[in-house]
Design a binder for this molecule. Structure first.
Ligand code: SF4
Length: 376
């Protein structure tokens, strides 16, 4: 799945029985070339407090803080298409993580514009309940009343549903969700799901029921992946199954520009076709799924369609989220390119020199000394 040149280099070194140190060194070099932190996560998203960078957090969009608890930076699954693969390769310089509850609490207190806290990883559901409670119970304090929603990103619902059913502290976990719901929080399990087959096992369906009985909601999201789910029937059936089981379809993501993207990527034009056909095949309740959506540097960009305007074939795009809120929902256009697989492959349509947000985005990069993030 890595680029052929990287494969060749590693194969040669292994055949020559290179030393452990040399193999490690080459692996590190190859990883660096795989864009371990796409969309400027390291440079642009890490917040600061009292002149300190808060390495286990990301604050990209006004209302939502991402928190990476240190015990949750592993995963049940280890998907080869994971955009967070850098968390798992044992290189601390590539990893986001924080174990500081007090810092989290203080940051949330200071930022009254925040309404959502997203606990992410890795997979926070690998954590014991008492560790998770350590981070979450502070949300019930009056000074954090502005945090209305707690989201937990996880693959456990389909990969280790035992987490919610038979694990030793599964009941304790559900009591924690109940406690947060009773305290007036919206608890949302953001379940990673790629295929309807994942929803078939009895244990997963039991986990869904048990979570829903606590008052928590489950929303499902996942990437569109060549070789796995790149056809509309899979998505339509998956969204229908989700609605049937009480899950809210939330996102179809475009495979990000990192790691093994070359193996899993689907051209944007095809991605839109798959999304459009799948949406047409499901009822209104399953049309809550947004997409195809790219979590790009300037924001989350959705492909709304392909059309022709004044004889020019274009992609119609919009920001679902933006580094500047004023960009959100504003339609804009890119030249149609059947081979484009990521946002940075797109050029403005109608002979425009740049997209409407570009000057402002460049200023944001310059302010963080991150102009190197602009592709050549
Ligand atoms: S489940 Fe999510 S975090 Fe875990 S390896 Fe897969 S994509 Fe990555």
């Amino acid at each position: 799945m890595v680029p052929p040149s990287a494969f060749e280099q590693m194969a040669t070194l292994l055949n020559q029985q290179g030393s452990h140190a040399d193999i490690e060194q080459l692996a590190k070099q190859i990883r660096k070339g795989l864009n371990p932190h796409p969309s400027g996560q390291m440079e642009l998203n890490i917040p600061e407090m009292e002149n300190h960078k808060l390495a286990g957090m990301q604050h990209k969009y006004r209302q939502t803080l991402l928190f990476f608890p240190s015990q949750g930076q592993v995963c049940h699954s280890y998907c080869t298409f994971c955009f967070r693969w850098a968390q798992f390769v044992g290189d601390k310089s590539l990893r986001f993580s924080s174990s500081e509850v007090e810092t989290l609490h203080n940051y949330l207190c200071l930022h009254k514009e925040l309404t959502d806290l997203l606990i992410t990883g890795g997979d926070p559901m690998v954590m014991k309940t008492h560790h998770l409670a350590h981070y979450l119970e502070c949300l019930t304090k009056p000074e954090l009343e502005h945090i209305q929603t707690l989201r937990i990103g996880t693959k456990a619902l389909t990969y280790w549903p035992q987490r919610f059913v038979t694990d030793a502290d599964a009941d304790e976990l559900l009591r924690l969700f109940e406690k947060l719901v009773r305290a007036g929080k919206h608890v949302a399990i953001m379940a990673h799901c790629n295929h309807w087959r994942e929803l078939e096992p009895y244990m997963t369906q039991r986990a869904i029921q048990r979570i829903r009985n606590t008052g928590a909601e489950i929303r499902a999201q996942g990437p569109l992946l060549a070789n796995i789910n790149n056809n509309h029937e899979v998505w339509a059936k998956m969204w229908q199954q989700q609605v049937k089981l009480g899950i809210i379809p939330y996102y179809m993501f475009v495979e990000r520009d990192t790691g093994a993207q070359r193996y899993f990527e689907v051209p944007l034009a095809k991605a839109w076709q798959i999304y459009k056909q799948a949406i047409q095949e499901v009822s209104g309740l399953a049309r809550t799924a947004r997409g195809p959506s790219m979590s790009a540097g300037p924001g989350k960009v959705e492909i709304q369609g392909v059309t022709e305007i004044n004889g020019e074939k274009v992609f119609v795009l919009r920001f679902i989220q933006g580094r500047n809120e004023e960009w959100v929902q504003r339609p804009f256009f890119a030249k149609y390119n059947p081979d484009a697989t990521w946002f940075t492959d797109l050029q403005p349509a109608f002979a425009e020199e740049k997209f409407f947000f570009e000057d402002e985005y460049l200023q944001m990069l310059a302010a963080k000394n991150a102009l190197n993030l602009i592709p050549n």
